[in-house]
Design a binder for this molecule. Structure first.
Ligand SMILES: *Cc1c(COP(=O)(O)O)cnc(C)c1O
Ligand code: SF4
Length: 459
């Protein structure tokens, strides 16, 4: 097969590779049976889906097993902790009963902090009539997140993804809402909202017809507060044909144009983890098509060990994004769920990588902010290190806060080279961070919904 040669004007159709058929891939058959079994063990717990574009054009099969796109999409042994790995390994060796395997998988998943930052209950908004909107999150004043029920999947799955409970059939954990009507109602009841962010999964998995239903509802309601529609998507990276040759590609681009023609900004939040994702003819053409509609593409990615923990790569990636007309926006710290032990990069190291990359790109690339943790109290950026009274400190600040006032001032933590998340940090002064009293209980509990209502719904 001449994998590297296929080009986008072939109009390929999407072919998925999952646990059930990945062994059909010739590249996988080249790996030892032991390696294939390892993938099966991990893939039974964490979500696993690749596709023909990823396999044929993004992964460099001469660079296995360290190729970043391979690690991003194919399960690796280290992604499960040894005790979880052996549990699933033994189960697979002892039974082929699907139910039993699924039970063990769910048992392990529940130990992986499946809804970090209290996502499940903490940010669920309600309409004035009391209806709970499980398909939405409203954490920061100006922006509400909308999870269309049709977008609970993606063109391929990222092995680090914290949305994984949505993909593995733990149904009660899905946030999904049936209709756009409630979305419109909520935005109209909340004049402080200027941005609606479509997310998922990947909303660009939706057919244009479905997506336009939601968009039309928003446009027709003529909500004076609605200034921006954002789409959080990895389709440019995993399936650029969505904007090139898929049967609804032109229709989708027309929906984008309709948004911008109606005076609403379309912020296309593109998820790119590696420079290699920006290398194909297909992605370059797709970026051009999306930009032609008047949409502005902004880019974001977490910093991931084994995939992109390399300052030079980030600098090249941001420079390439600027060259292609995209605006670098966020570098995230990988969050405390799933395989954080595998992908996690200590905060001090994350700051070094960020600042080294940031200082070596043109000012047009320095629109990016990070490294940022999306933690329970908000998005917390590591700003740098400093010294006070002979003691080394980390300087932090809120980029977004559950309480908007929190973004106003920097705060300090004791310097800790091993900390990988906000929870690991100790306050530099006093025994609490300034925001902790408002959060009242331990960040991992879900008991402060009352507080949340105070801070968000009545803001
Ligand atoms: C990041 C994020 C947003 C958007 O924040 P911006 O800084 O405006 O990009 C909104 N809601 C949630 C829950 C987020 O994590
Ligand atoms: S594309 Fe986004 S939602 Fe989908 S698996 Fe990757 S990170 Fe998760």
């Amino acid at each position: 097969m001449t994998y590297q040669e296929s080009v986008w004007d072939d109009s390929p159709s999407l072919k998925s590779y999952t646990l059930s058929n990945f062994r059909d891939l010739p590249h996988i058959q080249n790996l030892s049976e032991e390696k294939q079994f390892e993938m099966e063990v991990v893939g039974n717990v964490l979500p696993f889906k690749a596709n023909n574009y990823v396999v044929e054009q993004l992964i460099d099969w001469n660079n296995i097993p360290t190729d970043p796109m391979y690690v991003l999409t194919f399960p690796q042994r280290g992604m499960l902790k040894p005790e979880h790995y052996s549990k699933m390994e033994n189960t697979l060796k002892n039974t082929s009963d699907k139910k039993e395997i699924a039970n063990v998988a769910n048992e392990i998943r529940l130990q992986l902090n499946p809804h970090p930052a209290g996502q499940m209950e903490l940010n669920v908004p309600t309409l004035k009539d009391g209806t709970k909107l499980y398909g939405m999150q409203h954490k920061y004043k100006e922006t509400c997140l909308f999870f269309p029920s049709q977008s609970q999947t993606c063109h391929a799955y990222c092995s680090f993804c914290f949305r994984w409970p949505q993909f593995v059939g733990m149904d009660e954990m899905k946030f999904a809402m049936q209709e756009g009507e409630q979305l419109v109602q909520y935005v109209s009841e909340h004049p402080e909202i200027s941005d609606v962010l479509f997310t998922g999964g990947d909303p660009m998995i939706m057919k244009a017809k479905m997506f336009s239903k939601y968009v039309d509802a928003l446009i027709e309601a003529k909500l004076p507060n609605l200034k921006t529609i954002r789409i959080g998507t990895k389709a440019l990276s995993y399936w650029p044909y969505k904007f090139l040759t898929d049967s609804d590609s032109q229709e989708m681009l027309e929906v984008f144009k309709k948004i911008t023609d109606n005076g609403i900004h379309l912020a296309f939040m593109a998820h790119f983890n590696h420079l290699n994702e920006l290398s194909t003819d297909a992605v370059k053409s797709a970026i051009k098509e999306v930009r032609k509609t008047g949409a502005q593409i902004r880019t974001q990615s977490p910093l991931l060990a084994h995939i992109n923990d390399d300052a030079e790569m980030w600098a090249k990636m941001w420079t390439k994004q600027v060259q292609l007309g995209c605006i670098p926006y966020y570098m995230f710290v990988v969050r405390d769920t799933g395989a954080q032990h595998y992908f996690g990069v200590p905060l001090v190291r994350a700051y070094e990588i960020f600042s080294q990359a940031y200082s070596s790109v043109s000012g047009l690339g320095r629109t990016v902010r990070g490294p940022s943790m999306s933690a329970t109290p908000g998005k917390v950026q590591v700003v740098g290190t400093t010294e006070f009274d002979g003691e080394k400190l980390l300087v932090l600040r809120f980029l977004q806060g559950r309480n908007p006032d929190w973004v106003k001032e920097p705060f300090f933590a004791k310097y800790d080279e091993n900390a990988i998340w906000l929870d690991d940090l100790k306050p530099a002064f006093g025994d609490k961070f300034f925001f902790e009293d408002e959060l009242t209980t331990h960040p991992k509990t879900l008991q402060y919904i009352k507080n949340d209502a105070m801070l968000i719904n009545d803001s």
